[in-house]
Structures are given as C-alpha cells and as structure tokens.
Ligand binder design. Structure first.
Ligand SMILES: C[S@@+](CC[C@H](N)C(=O)[O-])C[C@H]1O[C@@H](n2cnc3c(N)ncnc32)[C@H](O)[C@@H]1O
Length: 461
C-alpha cells in the first residue's frame, strides 16, 4: 500500500496565476452575464497584471469566449455526456484548454498540464482526470483538422460550415449574407474581420484638438475620417492629454463618419438647432457638438438612462456652447414638432456590427432580440422625423447591418408617414469606397476597418 501521509505526498503544483485569472473572468462572463471587457480590465487591475502577462490573459479570455461555439462543437464529440449536462465550470475549463491547444502557440504538453493543475485547484481532483483525458484527445488534431471533422462540408451547407469554421451563430452568418447580398468569399472575409480585435481609433474633436496632436502622441492618421487617428499597437488612450481633457476621445472611425455625414448634408435655411435623440454615451453628440459649434449650431442630447446621460455630459464637457442634455424618452418628445434642423437617431440595436469589440456578444444575442427591438427603432425614427423641420434632415444610424434593423425600419416608417424621403447618403462621404447600392450606406469591418455602421439620410418634405 502506498504511503499517502502528507510528508510523503508529492507537493501539489500551484496553478498558473494568469490562467487562473483568465478562468475567473470567463466564469464571470458565462455565469453572470458579465461583459468580458469590463471584467477583464478590473481583473488585470486588481491582480496587477501588465505587459506580457496582461496580453496573455487577454488572449485567453477573448479567444476562449469568441470561439466558444466552435470549441463546443469540437468538445461535444469528445465528452461522453451532452455539453448541456456538463457542469458549467468544467465546460469553461475545457474551452479554455481547447483555445490554448488549437489557436494559441502554447505547447500541447504545457497546455494540458496547466489546465489539469488549474482544474484541480478550482474544481477538485476528480474533475482533473476528465480534463486531462478530453484535452489530450483535442490535442491530437490541429484546428483545421477538427473543422473538417465537425463542420458540415461547405458545398453541402455553406452557412453551417462558416458558422463552425468562423465561430458565428448560424443566424448571424445568414443575416450578414443577406446584408452583403452575397454568400461568396466576401462573407468569409467579414467573419474573419469579426474575429480580429479592432484598432483603437481616436477622434480629434474639431476646434478643440487636431489630428496632428494625436499623431505627436504616437497615433497615425486614419484613412477616411478627417478627425480620426489610430493608436497603433493598442496603447493607453487615457495617457494622451487631449483625450483625458475631453478635447479628443476614443471613437470608431465608422461612428465618426456617420456623424460627419449628417453634419455635411446640404440644408437650406436655418441650421442652428441639432438633436441627438439617442445620445448615450455621447461619442457622436460630442463630435456633432464640436462641428456644430464651428457653424453656430447647438445640440440637444436625449438619453433615458440617467447614468448614460451623465456619460453624455462628460463627453460634452470640453465642448463650449449651449448644449443641453435631457434625461428622457425619445419616443415622447417634450419639444414642439419640427423644432430641429438636423436630427441623429442612433437607435438601440443588436450591435451585430460591433462583434469585434465584444467577444461574448455573438453567443448571447438571439434573433428574438432583433425582433423585440424593431418597434422601438420604428418609434424613434418616427419621432426623429417629427422633430425635424420641413426641409431638415434625419440620420437613421445603427451599429448593425441586419436588414430588419436597417432598411426595413426605414422603409416601414417612410411608408407610414408620407412626409419624408430617402436621399442618397453616399455622396456625403465622397472619399469612402464601396458603400453599397444606395441610397443608404453600409460600412463594413472587412472593407473599411470600421464597425458595420449603417446610415440612411432622410429629408422631411
Ligand atoms: C446606439 S446607443 C447610442 C450611441 C451614441 N449615439 C453614441 O455615439 O455614443 C443607443 C442609446 O439609445 C438609448 N435609448 C434607449 N431607449 C431610448 C429611448 N426610448 N429614447 C432615447 N434613447 C433611448 C440607449 O440607452 C442608448 O444609450
């Protein structure tokens, strides 16, 4: 009989701290509906992880969450029970191990051993045997070999194949194909772009900061927006003085372009009162306020959630002028009909255009979310048109390319109202190529390097 007295037992290895932090963040996201970016930033701060450790931890968290559906398809064939019956902790440990084995350059032996040690520490000795056995099986093939094994063949079921090979739920692949009008190679490129973390893009708010100021701080000029600069290699925007003072901000180039397009739309007569009907957290409101200030226009920003209205105030703090932030419901205007000259309706949406930014979002969203948002999107656009004067312009904007949230909303509202027309928005961004067939425009991560922002320009008649 072996001697199991503490003196003779081999000392237990301690789990690798970075992997443990990553695992705990993933647990918060999957078990408490947390947001990966918020939970990760807090954990990196609390655990004082920086440099290579922080980068490793970020890749573990983001990659495991982003590729979750693909890893589940692989794991399903390597676990004797249905995954839904597996303890959620165990499933997260298996996903985390699979990510290291299949999509990171971690040595297989080290990845399995580290995950066994971590499992023993966080979930108990009995589970570590199963993790060991399953991960060893996963380690026997490459990512591409597993895809051939578990995904349908692309000739038989293209969307099924892409869903697994590119880690997007099938309904999202289908919605993107509809919006792109293609199921060809472009769809592949879009899904790939969604799997890459986005660049950090800054905005120099006009009249308050120059792009050159940002370039002096290490950024490089972006391609399309006259106000944009890209912080190469990540970097901490908070350390740039123009950003910390609110003269510049962090803002996707696509968001800058759609706000700029609204400001550039031709207008006859008064051009002094601008409205942002769905303003929180205020990135577009701040850019519009800065542009408007140079032209003698002031902006009113509406947001129903008090904490988000506070963010709008903070974003506007550096822009002088008579700007107003109203806490209220944009579908119930407290101002007379036709009060404004330009109106932005950047409505709540599914966010399918910003999947690069939120690794967990694609698995959380459902087609029902899209359907549920539809009435509010229509009411807000209707209210935006009612708020603009005759001859004034409305920009209907979403951060999703889903046709149910974009063109279908616009068509439905215009058909009901009969006092507004769609104008060609593409001419407002003359330097930006491939904006679609018009009259509305769609930006794309794989073409423009932006979030998939949609813009329809509507004029009240
Ligand atoms: C897509 S975000 C707007 C982003 C913002 N324009 C920016 O660039 O920072 C949509 C916003 O609409 C707000 N919202 C939700 N319901 C609303 C309503 N009934 N009226 C006005 N805004 C609403 C949400 O709270 C959210 O802050």
């Amino acid at each position: 009989m072996s001697d199991r007295s503490p003196r003779n037992r081999a000392p237990q290895r301690r789990p690798d701290r970075v992997r443990q932090v990553a695992y705990e963040v993933i647990r918060q996201v999957t078990s408490q509906d947390g947001y990966a970016n918020l939970a990760l930033n807090k954990a990196l701060r609390d655990q004082k992880l920086s440099g290579r450790d922080a980068a490793f931890c970020t890749e573990l968290v983001h990659g495991t969450l982003r590729w979750q559906g693909t890893y589940d398809a692989i794991l399903a064939g390597n676990v004797s029970r249905p995954l839904a019956e597996l303890d959620p902790e165990l499933l997260d440990l298996l996903r985390l191990g699979t990510h290291q084995l299949l999509r990171m350059r971690v040595d297989s032996y080290a990845a399995v051993n580290e995950m066994v040690t971590l499992t023993r520490a966080v979930s108990g000795q009995s589970r570590s045997g199963l993790v060991n056995a399953v991960l060893r099986k996963v380690s026997q093939r490459t990512f591409d070999q597993w895809i051939v094994d578990v995904a349908p063949h692309s000739d038989d079921d293209l969307f099924g194949f892409l869903s697994i090979a590119k880690a997007h739920p099938r309904w999202i692949v289908e919605a993107f194909a509809d919006a792109l009008h293609t199921d060809g190679y472009e769809l592949d490129e879009l899904l790939d772009a969604d799997n890459e973390p986005p660049r950090v893009t800054l905005v120099a708010r006009p009249g308050l900061a120059e792009v050159d100021d940002l370039i002096e701080s290490g950024a490089t000029r972006a391609q399309y927006s006259p106000y944009a600069a890209v912080l190469q290699g990540g970097g901490d925007p908070g350390k740039i003085s123009a950003v910390s003072a609110g003269r510049a901000g962090v803002q996707d180039e696509g968001s800058q372009l759609v706000a700029t397009a609204l400001a550039m739309a031709p207008l006859e007569g008064r051009d002094a009162k601008w409205l942002d009907l769905c303003a929180g957290p205020g990135g577009k409101a701040a850019l519009l306020a800065a542009i408007g200030r140079q032209r003698g226009a002031a902006i009113t920003a509406v947001e129903p959630l008090p904490h988000r209205a506070e963010l709008v105030r903070s974003n506007l703090r550096a822009v002088p002028g008579n700007h107003q932030v109203l806490v209220g419901d944009g579908t119930k205007p407290t101002w007379p009909e036709g009060s404004y000259d330009r109106v932005l309706a950047d409505v709540p949406c599914s966010g399918l255009g910003a999947l690069r930014r939120r690794p967990e979002a694609r698995w959380r969203r459902t087609p029902e979310d899209v359907a549920e948002l539809r009435p509010l999107q229509e009411q807000l656009l209707d209210s935006a048109i009612a708020s603009v004067r005759k001859g004034g312009v409305v920009a209907y904007v979403t951060c999703t390319p889903h046709l149910m949230e974009t063109r279908e909303v616009v068509d439905a509202v215009l058909a009901k109202r009969g006092d507004a027309v769609l104008e060609d928005a593409r001419g407002l961004l003359p330097d930006v190529p491939s904006l679609g067939e018009g009259p509305d425009l769609q930006l794309w991560p794989h073409i423009h390097g932006t979030d998939a922002m949609y813009l329809a320009l509507i004029r009240r008649t």
